[in-house]
Design a binder for this molecule. Sequence first.
Ligand code: SAM
Ligand code: SF4
Length: 336
Amino acid sequence: MAAAAQQTNSLVDKFGRRVDYIRLSVTDRCDFRCIYCMTEEMQFVPRKQVLTLEELYAVARAFTELGVRRIRLTGGEPLVRSNVMHLVERLGRLPGLDELLLTTNGNQLDKYAGPLQAAGVKRINISLDSLDAEKFRRISRVGKLDRVLAGIDAAIAAGFDRLRINSVVMRGYNEDEVLPLVEYALERDIDIAFIEEMPLGEASDHDRADTTCSNTWVRERIERRHELLDSAVKTAGPSRYAQVVGRKSRVGFISPVTHNFCADCNRVRVTVEGRLLLCLGNEHSMDLRAILRDDGKDFEDLKAAIVAAMDLKPERHYFFEKDHAQPVRLMNMTGG
Ligand code: SAM
Ligand code: SF4
């Protein structure tokens, strides 16, 4: 029965978009406090409201039985969740799942890279916004650059299919780091993606309108030194890739602010409270935790709720559009 269900994808929204990718947040907590993501004094979700590892697994299984092929574990920082490897190992064996992926700040990757690879995680994205220890600390508020670099070295040594650096470029903070970060990726034959800062929640230290830096600007800067060839390869995520000519690395551009990619959206998010978020930039959601914790409801009810939720998926986000309310949810609550 389960095998038959796995062959079809029942997750299609009102606009004909097929959802085959979920980002599953395993915690809202983090060992960093990046200025674009969190406030300095974050209030985290009370533990009782956080999905247990068992509940997270049930959600993942329900989605794969409905046709989801890729799950990206995220947060908050996924590697601060206690016993996270127990969940990762189970997900690595989940029938029907083609790719188990992870996004991390890299702070604990020197310890986890080997076990993650052994558990079946295929690709990892590691956030790195600067190669200058001072700038790195200013952006992450508390992070130590050498810890992250050691984590990246460990991930390279562990032999993942592909590794990618994620960098959020902020005017006045790290726009001069674009080229050094590209060189760093090229030297290691890994990919790098530049992400435009999104207006998710209020940033406490800066006005996002002043810092958001367009990927058009980032690309121009890279092309002063490297030839980029747009790649025809379409990946599951929102990144548009360009090959660095003559090199193994690709440069990705995730440009939600300047290039709306909603028409191709194939993903939804589940927050650590079990809220199925249909869109990064809107509040449309379904409470899966209520179903998981209702004794009168079973696994089939969970799947039915997920299918029903597809009708709630909005057509697009409205970042920085004055006539529309901006999300109040911070990124660590959203699951990046
Ligand atoms: N802690 C992990 C990390 O930092 O990679 C995973 C979670 S984090 C929320 C996922 C990604 O979201 C990171 O690459 C981070 O840089 C990005 N991010 C966080 N807040 C953002 C914002 N306001 N705009 C754009 N990207 C953001
Ligand atoms: Fe933590 Fe990642 Fe948010 Fe930085 S971006 S505060 S590392 S969750």
